[in-house]
Design a binder for this molecule. Sequence first.
Ligand SMILES: Cc1cc2nc3c(=O)[nH]c(=O)nc-3n(C[C@H](O)[C@H](O)[C@H](O)COP(=O)(O)OP(=O)(O)OC[C@H]3O[C@@H](n4cnc5c(N)ncnc54)[C@H](O)[C@@H]3O)c2cc1C
Length: 398
Amino acid sequence: MGRLCETDGLTDDQREILKAVRTFVEEKILPVATELEHADEYPQEIVDGLKELGIFGLMIPEEYDGLGESLLTYALCVEEIARGWMSVSGVINTHFIVAYMIMQHGTEEQKKKYLPAMAAGEVRGAFSMSEPGLGSDVAAIKTKAVRDGDDYVIDGQKMWLTNGGSSNLIALLVRTDEGADSVYRNMSTFLVEKETGFGEVAPGLTIPGKIDKMGYKGVDTTEAVFEGHRVSADQLLGGEPGKGFYQMMDGVEVGRVNVAARACGIGLRAFELAIAYAQQRETFGKPIAEHQAIMFRLAEMATKVEAAHAMMVRAARQKDTGERNDVEAGMAKMLAAEYCNEVVQDSFRIHGGYGYSKEYEIERLYREAAFMLIGEGTSDIQKMIIGRSLLKDYKLKG
Ligand SMILES: Cc1cc2nc3c(=O)[nH]c(=O)nc-3n(C[C@H](O)[C@H](O)[C@H](O)COP(=O)(O)OP(=O)(O)OC[C@H]3O[C@@H](n4cnc5c(N)ncnc54)[C@H](O)[C@@H]3O)c2cc1C
C-alpha cells in the first residue's frame, strides 16, 4: 500500500483491528461493491462478516460485551470500509450513533437492555431527526409525542432514515412540549422498537419502502409514518423528557467525524484509481502521468487526501478526550466532504471517457461523494456551527 492516510501514535490493538478491516475490505468488499451497488442489493454477506469482526460493538464498552474501542479506532475503520464501499459504512453508522447515545445518555436499564444486543448486531439502530419539511433546521420538527398515562402517543412523519427498514430500534427525535421555556428543551428522544422490513412494522408505525437514491445504494433509506404509535415512557432516552435535542446533537458530533472518515475513504480510493490509471493510459506517446498537468493534479489530490485525514483524526481524538468537538468535527466534516468531491472529480477527469462508463469504479465514487456534502449537516451548516463558536471564543473584550 501507499503512504497516504497513515496515523501516528496508534496502539498495537488499533493497528491489528485496522489490518483485519483492511483485509476484509480487500477480500470481501472491493471485489463485489460495484456490482451490488448497481443492483441496489443489500450487502447481507458483508454485514454478516462485519458482525463476526465485532464492528457493530467496536465502541460499546467491554462491560456490555463490546470491544470498548475509541472514536478514533472507529473512524479509521470507517475510512477503510468507505474506501471499499461507502454504503457499507452507512450500514454501521446510524447503529453506532444510536449505541453512542445510549452509552452517553441512557439509563442503566436501557444500557443493559440494548448495548449487548447491539454489540452482537442483533439489535440494529436507525437515527431519525429529519422530516419531509426540514433537515438543517432541526428545532422546527413537527412529529409529536403526547403523554397518556404511562405511555406517549406519537404522530407525525419522518424522512431519510438510513437503515429505516433493516433496523429494529429507532432513536427518534420528537416534540414533547411539556412546558419548558425553550423550544430546545421541548424535544425528547425515544427508543422505538419495531420489526425489520417494510409496511406496518409496529402498531401505528409504517415504513413505506426504500427511497430511490442517486447513490449510496444497497443500504436502505426510508420514510417513517407514525399514526397513534404508543411507546412506554420508559423508552425515553435517559428516562426524562426535554433532553432530546442535546442528546441528538451529541450523537451528530460523532456522526460528523464518521462522515468525514467516509469522505476520506472515498477520496483515498479515487486517488488510488487515478494514479493507477494515469500510469497505464498513454497519449501523445507516453503515459498520461508523465504529462505535467496530470502529475500536478495527482499531487494536489494526494495533498487533499492527507489534509482531510489529518483533520478527521484530530476531531476524533478531541472527542476521545471527553471534550466537545463541535468546531473540530464541523471543520473536519466540511473539509473532508469538499475535498472528497474535488478529488473524485479530478479522478473522473483523469479517467477520460472511461470515467463515465459504469464499468469503472470512479462512476460509483462520483455518485457517493455527492452525499458527503449533505449527510450529518451540509457544508453551510458546518460553517454556521464553526463560525458561531469562533465568534464566542474570539469575542472582543471591553
Ligand atoms: C441519503 C440520505 C440519508 C440520510 N440519512 C438520514 C438519517 O439517517 N437520519 C436523519 O435524521 N436524516 C438523514 N438525512 C437527512 C440529512 O441530514 C438532511 O438532508 C440534511 O441535514 C439537509 O437537510 P435538508 O435536506 O432538509 O436541506 P435543507 O435544510 O432544506 O437545506 C437546503 C439548502 O439550504 C442550505 N441552508 C439551510 N439552512 C441554511 C442557513 N441557515 N444558512 C445557509 N444555508 C442554509 C443548505 O445548506 C442546503 O444547501 C439523510 C439524507 C440523505 C440524502
